[in-house]
Write a protein that binds this ligand. Structure first.
Ligand code: ADP
Ligand code: MG
Length: 393
């Protein structure tokens, strides 16, 4: 078990370098469209502020190449000021003398937000000198940036090796919810996978399959499974790599005696005249493109979801961005929300779909990680977590 901020003896007057994930989504003109990631970070910041720590926050935003004012963290400093009036300062750099001076003038219980750490190429290179400069600003390092825990960057990995360290509440919550659900699942445990690329999710599917009782597959990835079983899918979205990953999964799952449920019908459209129609799986061919699970599949999945005591879901079951093809994903979101099961939903698009279906409040754990969530589900190492010291040493 990793050391959490709760385990730190006293933080009063201590300089804490908090790696947060303030990579908030923005529209084309740079307006922040969703503050969930910032709001989820507030409990950790509050905990430290209330205990009189000097909280130096570091984050990335987007993928800048060098300084780019459109990706400055200044608008996020303004947002933070609303939650912590009179306590927030902004540093226009991440390291250097000027920043060190600002840190030196911090009072207990105040916050200093550093500029976008990815303005420095040394960050993604995990440059040791840059990590050293970052470490020199603080007494303790706290990583709460779950979204980048799979990255070996200076601010997520390098700096952790140079300071006493701990994880924050958000990270702790993600690790506890997900690892516990995989290690000690409530049974029956139903896993639902969708989305487009099987190859991105192969490790997660295989790892979850070890403890799941039943795996439901929908979305574009279902077509790779159907092709792997020798069926035709018309012009539905598949690729060679996905089909070969699907074959591997089918083989391993059948060897382990696991149940995998594939769609029996689809909402498909014709590539030529765009006419939509429900199709049974065996009749999908020619110019038809499967874009959502059909009504019979929704019923079939519902029977499994109803029985479940634990559900993990990643990946929309259809092209949910298009109004014509959101029914399957939204229906399953409602069923998962209604089920008597402990539910976990992960993945950017899956979360967005669950929110659009107005079901997010009834999901037990919404995992914010994207790539990090898939790695954790896959039982793969996450450098940003592994580098943190254990609770008992
Ligand atoms: P998440 O972000 O939740 O991990 P993914 O990124 O893997 O999910 O997959 C989401 C994408 O998959 C969406 O853009 C959705 O439109 C697409 N998708 C799902 N089903 C289909 C389908 N049948 N045909 C085409 N695209 C699909
Ligand atoms: Mg996605």
């Amino acid at each position: 078990m990793k050391r959490s901020i709760r385990d730190l003896a006293s933080v009063e007057g201590k300089r804490i370098l908090l790696r947060a994930d303030f990579n908030l989504p923005m529209d084309k003109v740079g307006r922040i469209t969703d503050t969930t990631r910032l709001v989820s970070e507030l409990p950790t910041i509050r905990y430290l502020v209330e205990r009189g720590a000097k909280v130096i926050i570091c984050s990335h935003l987007g993928r800048p190449k060098g300084f780019d004012f459109r990706l400055s963290l200044w608008p996020i400093a303004l947002l933070l000021m609303k939650y912590f009036p009179g306590k927030v300062q902004f540093a226009h750099k991440v390291v250097g003398e000027k920043v060190a001076e600002q840190v030196a003038s911090m009072s207990n219980g105040s916050i200093l937000l550093l500029e976008n750490v990815r303005f420095y190429k040394e960050e993604t290179e995990n440059d040791p000198e840059f990590a050293k400069q970052l470490a020199s600003l603080a007494d303790i390092y706290v990583n709460d940036a779950f979204g980048v825990a799979h990255r070996k960057h200076a601010s997520t990995f390098g700096v952790a090796r140079l300071l006493p360290n701990a994880i924050g509440f958000l990270m702790e919550n993600e690790i506890n919810s997900i690892t516990e659900a995989i290690k000690n699942p409530r049974k029956p445990f139903v896993a639902i996978f969708g989305g487009a690329k099987v190859q991105d999710k192969i490790k997660a599917i295989l790892n979850i399959a070890k403890s799941a009782d039943c795996i439901l597959i929908g979305g574009a990835m279902a077509y790779s499974f159907l092709v792997a079983q020798g069926l035709t899918v018309g012009q539905s979205l598949i690729n060679a790599e996905s089909v070969s990953s699907a074959s591997q999964i089918l083989e391993e799952l059948s060897a382990a005696g696991k149940r995998i449920v594939l769609p029996v019908d689809h909402l498909a459209y014709n590539l030529g005249d765009k006419k939509m129609k429900p199709f049974a799986t065996e009749t999908l061919s020619g110019d038809m493109v499967g874009a959502d699970i059909g009504p019979k599949t929704i019923k079939l999945f519902e029977q499994e979801i109803k029985k479940a005591r634990q559900i993990i879901w990643n990946g929309p079951l259809g092209k949910y961005e298009d109004k014509n093809f959101q029914e399957g994903t939204f229906a399953i979101a409602k069923q998962v929300a209604k089920a008597k099961a402990y539910s976990i939903v992960g993945g950017g698009d899956s979360i967005s779909a669950v929110k659009q279906a107005k079901c997010e409040k009834l999901i037990n754990h919404i995992s914010t990680g994207g790539g990090a969530t898939l790695k954790l589900l896959g039982g793969e190492p996450l450098p940003g977590i592994d580098v943190i010291q254990e609770k008992y040493i």
